[in-house]
Write a protein that binds this ligand. Structure first.
Ligand SMILES: Cc1cc2nc3c(=O)[nH]c(=O)nc-3n(C[C@H](O)[C@H](O)[C@H](O)COP(=O)(O)O)c2cc1C
Length: 370
């Protein structure tokens, strides 16, 4: 095999999404990463000098300049520096072709979406596929030929410890014409003088978060669900007034248990003054009798999809679950307001969750005019 060694005067260019991160435990050194999707590279080093050298490299320089820099900054001899340059070229840290941001990518940076752009680049163009043969636990293949089966079973449904439970009544089957539901679903921004019954909540929660199909052994939801399993977990927070008499009034925080179709009181959020404290003061929700919070169960997704691009799937799926809730709510004659504009810290504190385990993604307020 012939190997073309680039000329010493060849100009090398850094990739646009080079980053360096410390290991969290402080013991594994530094990780230098670059590249996109399946071509992403991780370079682990214990040398702070090497990590710093790679992180602070000019965006373009000649091979000769690159070698000299490694010699000066890392104390390498010439042969070792030349070898390292060659290795870094072959792993794509350096490329003889410039890789400037496109105008569209630059736009993300102009509006301060730098972090999102980095994540977007890191996770795009991944080569992966589904393979259902042999009924594998995990049917996604990273790099297509690479399918690592997890040694563990899928994570179980998230169940927090609760102080008390409220068994929900049998859910109703709203008998409303499709046309009426799709015409009537509208965002409301005024919940004054609205109420909700436990029966309403039961119907809303069951059709949205309780597996429904197949009827004999339900494991699928009303909503199309890519991840199977139990991708989302739901909370209900009672508002200032109008919430069901069976529930704690004034910011009782309940977790919905779909298996037993009951609500579990997680805590009383005495530190809340209004529901809008959870939404950066979007006051529209303030008089709503209940707020529904849909949270991603991250272990469910990450157990199954062992590549970070799957982080995107969660949001597609969550929107669909919420849409089911909104349509069921509309069929019940409830007004609704929905937003993902959540104050993460306050919401996680209120629900008593850690956002990397159970991440609040989307909320909706519901209430029926008297
Ligand atoms: C993902 C999403 C986020 C939203 N966020 C807000 C919000 O933060 N504040 C707000 O007043 N409305 C919000 N809305 C409501 C939209 O403004 C509303 O859906 C839109 O005006 C269309 O009205 P309709 O829902 O009655 O069809 C959001 C809607 C969606 C789907």
């Amino acid at each position: 095999m012939t190997h073309t060694v680039p000329d010493r005067d060849t100009t090398l260019h850094l990739p646009p999404n080079l980053s360096v991160r410390r290991s969290y435990d402080g013991r594994s050194g530094y990780q230098v990463t670059w590249g996109q999707g399946s071509k992403r590279e991780h370079f682990q080093t214990h040398s702070a000098e090497l990590a710093a050298c790679l992180a602070t490299m000019p965006s373009s320089l000649t091979i000769e300049e690159a070698s000299s820099r490694l010699i000066t900054e890392l104390g390498l001899n010439r042969d070792a520096a030349v070898d390292l340059v060659s290795d870094l070229i072959s792993y794509g840290y350096w490329s003889p072709t410039p890789q400037p941001l496109t105008a569209g990518e630059q736009l993300w940076r102009d509006v301060e979406w730098d972090d999102a752009l980095e994540f977007h680049m890191a996770t795009r163009n991944m080569i992966w596929s589904h393979d259902y043969s042999g009924n594998p636990k995990v049917m996604t293949r990273y790099h297509v030929e690479h399918n690592v089966q997890p040694e563990s079973d899928p994570p179980t449904r998230y169940t927090p410890s609760v102080q008390a439970t409220v068994v929900l009544p049998e859910p109703a089957v709203p008998d409303v014409a499709f046309e009426q539901v799709v015409r009537e679903r509208r965002t409301t921004r005024d919940f004054r003088d609205t109420v909700i019954t436990l029966q309403d909540l039961s119907t809303l929660l069951a059709w949205t978060f309780k597996p429904q199909f197949p009827v004999e052994k339900p494991q699928y939801y009303t909503t199309q669900s890519y991840s199977r399993g139990t991708p989302f977990t739901a909370y209900v927070i009672t508002g200032g007034s109008g919430s069901p008499a069976e529930l704690e009034q004034g910011f009782g925080v309940y977790h919905y248990d779909p298996e037993h179709h009951r609500l579990g009181l997680v805590r009383q959020a005495d530190d809340l003054d209004q529901l809008d404290a959870l939404l950066w003061r979007q006051s529209y929700v303030n008089h709503a009798p209940v707020m529904l919070v849909v949270c991603a169960d991250w272990p469910q997704f990450s157990w199954k999809y062992r590549f970070s691009r799957a982080y995107r799937f969660v949001y597609a799926e969550c929107g669909a679950f919420m849409h089911t809730a909104l349509l069921v709510g509309t069929a019940l004659g409830l007004k609704s307001f929905q937003t993902p504009a959540i104050d993460d810290r306050r919401m996680c504190h209120t629900l008593n969750v850690k956002d990397h385990e159970v991440g609040p993604i989307y909320i909706a307020a519901f209430g029926r005019g008297r």
